[in-house]
Design a protein around this ligand. Sequence first.
Ligand code: ZN
Length: 73
Amino acid sequence: MTTIFIILIGVSFLTVFKVFNEIMASRRCPDDLTLQKVVLGRIPRKDAASKRVISHLGNCESCQAKVDALNGR
Ligand SMILES: [Zn+2]
């Protein structure tokens, strides 16, 4: 009985950690190479990494400036 309880706590802890990690990853700036690959379409738009970068771009001026520079603006 106790074992099941411990496993359940472990699983829920892992889920919370995963979600938290995902949020932190979208807040962190992607490295220049990843940003470049997404902008140039080298990473498919439906790819998780690409989605993260695109949602990050929506709220990061510093990365938006980098994208503008990549687009030659
Ligand atoms: Zn950024």
